[in-house]
Every structure is written in C-alpha cells, then in structure tokens.
Design a protein around this ligand. Structure first.
Ligand code: GAF
Length: 388
C-alpha cells in the first residue's frame, strides 16, 4: 500500500524516473541500552519500512514531501536549519552530515511514506535517516559504504535532531538481512549474522500506544549515569573507557558505596552485556526456552535497575509471562512506552493476542495494537514499488 502510494505520487509529481529506496524499522531481541556503552546488541530489520523516492533538481533547492502527514518542506542546500515541523530534521540532518564530510550534493526533491508506527520504539526515525542517506548516495554517486552511511545517519540524529542515540537503530536498518539477527559489537562495529529459527515461534510486538514525555530526557540521564560509573572506576583502572571494560568486582569496589543509583544503572548494563553473550550461545543450541528466560531477565533489569519501564510495559510483560507458550517477553528500545517484544510458540499466538488486547484495554482504557513481525532485509533500492 505504501509503495503504491509513493508510486502514484512519483508519477504525478516527478518528470523523471526516481530512485526508490526501502529502509526498515527494527526490533532488538536482547542487549538494550548497551550500544552507547560499547556493548553488544542483537537487532534485526523488520517487515515495516519507510519508502522514499528521490530525483535531482537543477537548482540548489531541497523539496521534501511527507505523504503520511500530507505536508511539504522547501529549503536550500546552503541554509540548513531545524524546522518547526520537526519531521524534515531527520532528512536535513543527513544532508548536513554529508556536507560536513565534504560530499558535494545538488538540489533534490523527495517524497516518503511508511508503515513503521511512529513512537512505537521501532525506529521510524532511524529508518527515515537511513533511507535518506542511501538515496542521496545513489542519486549523487557518492560511493559511501554501508558502515559510513550508518555512522553519518547516527550523527544526523545526534547533532541535528539532538538525540544522543547509540548506533543500534541505524545499523539494523542498514545491515538487516532476512531471517537473521545481527550480533553487533558496538565498540568495533564488527558484526555477525545469527539465523533466527521461525519454525515453531513467532515474534509478536505488543504496542502500548503510549510514549511518556520522560523518554528523551531520561535517555540522556541514563547515558550520564553510565559515564559517571565509568569515571569512578577509571580512577583505579585507567584502561576502563566504557562499561564494556568493567566487571561486577569493579562496580562493587568503586561505585556501590559511592552512588547507589549509578551502581544500579551500571550493574544492569554489565549484566546485560554478559546476558547477551549467554543468550547467543542459547540460540546456537536452538534452545529458545533458555533464550526466552534471559529475555524476561532483561525486562526485570530494565524495570528495577535501569528504571526505563512504565506501568503499561510492565503490565504487558507480566501478562505475557503468565501465558502458556510465551517463551520470553520484555520492553524493547529506549523505554517509557512503545512495544514489548514477545517470543511466542505459534500455537499460542491467537490466544495471547486476544487476551492481551482485552486485558490491556480494561487496565489502561487504551487500545492495544499488535504486530506479528518478520525479519527482512535492510536498506536497498526497489525498482518497481508496486511489485515489491
Ligand atoms: C534507542 C536508541 F536510539 C538506541 O541507540 C538504543 O540505545 C536503544 O534506545 C536502547 O537500547 O532506540
């Protein structure tokens, strides 16, 4: 549907064949709030995506069309400022990063739409950034590799949009591969694909439909708390540059007695980095029950130690834990709203969806949305959108 919409718009508005790009949203199985601590993450690109069509212009204008909100932005390449509309910033930030890296761009016009639900923690913003950089790279023949595009897309979010996110979301959107999880070392950006076996289970996203306003301020606070923990340890162990280099003995010796909150935050991260390694070993043995237990433990840590959950997410995670056939469930992404991810035996999916929707609506007077998701390829060009 999104593709057809973009195709129809392109035919009407562009006098040349556009380059068309698909950039996916993401899930993350385990390894939350570890990316900016130089740890590991285990994300994947999904079946929900942003579609973007782009053509060159003969002047230095940037013209953007956001089809889903029926809005238009017009500016020039030499005057990139944040827009009060907000949505253009994800594209303009990418243009600014490309210019700062020395790439020469001409004017362009692009349109985009998508089915990544906004504010659901599925990284619609990273998908827009990745679609933009991928499309500009193709359009102007910039020759930038995927890793550098990923870093520039993240920098757009950090420096133009103003969110200090880690690398996970952009990496997943750029490097996603069908049926494969990406085990990413966020320190080196080395990665490997790990197949996820869908024979017996589905991945179900339960969307709280809430996004509490604390989300971005608390995200930055968590980063600062982790940095504070590293600074305390570093006085005694100068080689420790991030929580990736720390262990529980160090936290017990140098952080625990100093600041209980910072200790809890750091403890969660150190445990989560190890938990991810153990969970990957479970996957290698195809032991999804053991994997799922670690997913539950991650939720516990995010709620009790890292303090980024909320009543709606806790309700969903606890509810899922009590249902037959649910192997693991937890909040996903930055927190304070968005989705839980649930690993569910296929036979148990219909009952889970039905009971969760009824219970959640009764508890919070808000409808629950649910998506049974699949793992798909990351950024790529698409030729005939109608048939893709
Ligand atoms: C958000 C951020 F954008 C990611 O970089 C990551 O830190 C995540 O929250 C938490 O794991 O999605």
């Amino acid at each position: 549907m999104e593709q057809a919409k973009l195709n129809a718009f392109s035919q009407q508005h562009f006098d040349q064949e556009p380059i068309m790009v698909r950039a996916a949203g993401r899930i993350n199985l385990i390894g939350e709030h570890t990316d900016y601590n130089n740890g590991f993450v285990l994300p994947a690109a999904i079946d929900k995506a942003i579609y973007l069509a782009i053509v060159k212009r003969n002047d230095n204008k940037i013209v953007l069309h956001a089809l889903d909100v029926n809005d238009r932005y017009e500016g020039t390449l030499d005057n990139l400022v944040r827009s009060p509309k907000q949505w253009p910033d994800y594209l303009l930030g990418v243009v600014q990063q490309l210019q700062q890296a020395g790439h020469i761009l001409g004017g362009f016009e692009c349109a985009f739409c998508g089915n990544v639900p906004l504010g659901a923690g599925l990284s619609s913003s990273a998908a827009v950034e990745c679609a933009t950089i991928y499309a500009l790279n193709e359009l102007f023949g910039l020759g930038i590799g995927r890793k550098d595009m990923t870093l520039l897309a993240q920098a757009a979010e950090n420096h133009f949009v103003g969110v200090r996110c880690g690398i996970m979301d952009q990496f997943a959107s750029m490097f996603g591969k069908k049926q494969q999880l990406i085990k990413l070392d966020c320190a080196s950006l080395d990665y490997e694909y790990i197949p996820f076996n869908f024979d017996d289970v589905s991945l179900v996203l339960l969307d709280t439909q809430v996004k509490h306003s604390l989300a971005s301020s608390e995200y930055n606070t968590r980063r600062e708390e982790c940095e504070a923990g590293v600074a305390l340890i570093k006085k005694h162990h100068p080689h420790v540059n991030s929580l990736r280099d720390a262990n529980m003995d160090m936290l017990d010796a140098y952080v625990k007695g100093h600041n209980a909150t910072v200790y809890d935050r750091c403890r969660y991260v150190v445990e989560e980095i190890q938990r991810l390694q153990d969970a990957c070993a479970d996957l290698q043995r195809n032991d999804l029950e053991a994997f799922g237990k670690k997913v539950f433990a991650t939720h516990e840590g995010l709620d009790k130690l890292y303090n980024v959950s909320c009543p709606e997410l806790n309700w969903l995670a606890e509810f899922a834990a009590g249902q037959q056939g649910v192997l693991g469930a937890r909040m996903m992404g930055g927190g304070f709203g968005g989705c839980t991810i649930n690993i569910v035996r296929k036979s148990a999916v219909p009952a889970l969806l039905e009971k969760a929707a009824a219970g959640y609506e009764q508890a919070f007077k808000t409808p629950l949305k649910a998506y049974v998701t699949s793992i798909e390829d990351g950024c790529r060009t698409v030729n005939n959108l109608v048939n893709n």
